[in-house]
Design a protein around this ligand. Structure first.
Ligand code: ZN
Length: 387
């Protein structure tokens, strides 16, 4: 396990100094910080894998890194695949999918993983960019006569605001995930061809395990367990019902924090990161965290709205949090804005765009000294790292 490295929190003005900091990056700086990290795609051997080792291994793969609803450069929606098992079986005795944005089924296929093989699906929150691939996963399982699958997410939450009362409902999402196909007659038509298919359609294959809220802030609640693998959940602030998860195995631990932000909705505050994620990540090996770059801060020229900006964690604060938590590996995903493009959906990126080095630079500005992996689809990290 990673050794904890202490670092005091500092008060910063998120809306101004950070934009200046990133703008000061020169092209020389960018080259300097473009250190070659352990970044692997599906077509390559898993990074730093100790291929000679025997025993068990843990793999973390970003199945989608798109930040928010925009569609950019073919990126899949947010998701992380965790594989754990024997080295001989390519760490694939247990397969857990965390979030299922659009294109998840297709990204899994690039890894040689079928939706039929997933042991459980965990959802961090009800935003569409994290859930709209769920229907595809369940439809695939239903069509090819797969087994029911565990789906873990929060119990229904009623949110009262000045504008409205609304319910965020994972149970509703799952129960109605394939309603369009039922109403289209597709489910009935397919059952004529194979009556073994469940008459309830894809949703009937969901073994829903709702996590009751509120959860204790520390140390979290174990919500799933199989053999050597346990998954702990903790409540976070982003939208009501948001959860972060920690996967513990004998060879490593991973925190998947979703879009977690700070309990204070905007400045002034010490940080934009989540207090509960920081506690959950204490001593973990890997943190997978959605990241927004300060270039999109209000007033910076992007016109990106303030509310979604401030409910995310920005990359500089993520670096500081990861350092405090002592995580050895930081994987940034759900990147806002997307890298190597001039626009993020309808929003122009000030300066004509940013690159992966800009995201890493921000985490270094926050004081992080561990390994940074700025997400791209199918980036994979394997533990244990070879000595
Ligand atoms: Zn979200």
């Amino acid at each position: 396990m990673a050794a904890r490295r202490g670092r005091p929190a500092t008060v910063r003005d998120e809306s101004s100094t950070r934009r200046l900091a990133w703008r000061s990056i020169t092209s020389v700086h960018r080259r300097l910080i473009a250190t070659v990290f352990c970044l692997c795609l599906a077509s390559l051997p898993a990074c730093s894998a100790d291929s000679e080792a025997t025993g068990n291994c843990l793999e973390i793969t970003l199945t989608g890194t798109q930040g928010g609803p925009p569609a950019v450069n073919g990126q899949a929606g947010a998701g992380t695949l965790i594989r754990y098992g024997s080295v001989e079986n390519e760490c694939s005795d247990t397969l857990l999918q965390f979030d299922a944005g659009r294109g998840t089924t297709e990204r899994l296929s690039q890894l040689g993983v079928s939706a039929l093989e997933l042991d459980a699906i965990f959802l961090t929150h009800m935003h569409s960019d994290h859930t709209e691939g769920l229907a595809g996963l369940l439809q695939y399982r239903w069509h090819f006569l797969g087994d029911p699958v565990d789906i873990i997410c929060s119990a229904d939450v009623v949110a009262n605001t000045a504008q409205s009362e609304r319910t965020l409902s994972c149970s509703g999402l799952v129960a109605h995930t394939a309603d369009a196909l039922l109403y289209a007659g597709e489910i009935a038509q397919r059952r004529v061809e194979n009556s073994e298919r469940d008459p309830g359609g894809p949703a009937a294959l969901a073994k829903l395990q709702l996590v009751p809220l509120p959860l204790p802030a520390k140390p979290g609640t174990v919500v799933w367990r199989s053999g050597d693998v346990s998954v702990t959940a903790i409540a976070t602030v982003h939208i009501p019902g948001s959860l972060a998860y920690r996967v513990d195995t004998p060879v490593g631990s991973v925190v998947i924090s979703g879009d977690a932000g700070n309990s204070k909705p905007g400045p002034p505050r010490e940080t934009s990161t989540s207090e509960t994620v920081e506690a959950l990540a204490d001593g973990a090996d890997v943190l997978v965290q959605s990241a927004i770059h300060p270039v999109f801060a209000p007033g910076g020229g992007s016109n990106f709205p303030a509310v979604p900006y401030f409910r995310q964690s920005n990359a500089e604060d993520i670096g500081a949090m990861a350092e405090r938590s002592g995580v050895a590996h930081l994987m940034l995903t759900h990147l806002i804005p997307s890298v190597d493009t001039a626009t993020h959906g309808p929003f122009k990126i000030p300066g004509g765009g940013i690159n992966r080095g800009d995201f890493e630079f921000a985490t270094r500005a926050g004081g992080y000294k561990g390994a940074v992996y700025v997400g791209q689809d199918l980036l994979t990290l394997r533990l244990p790292i070879a000595e």
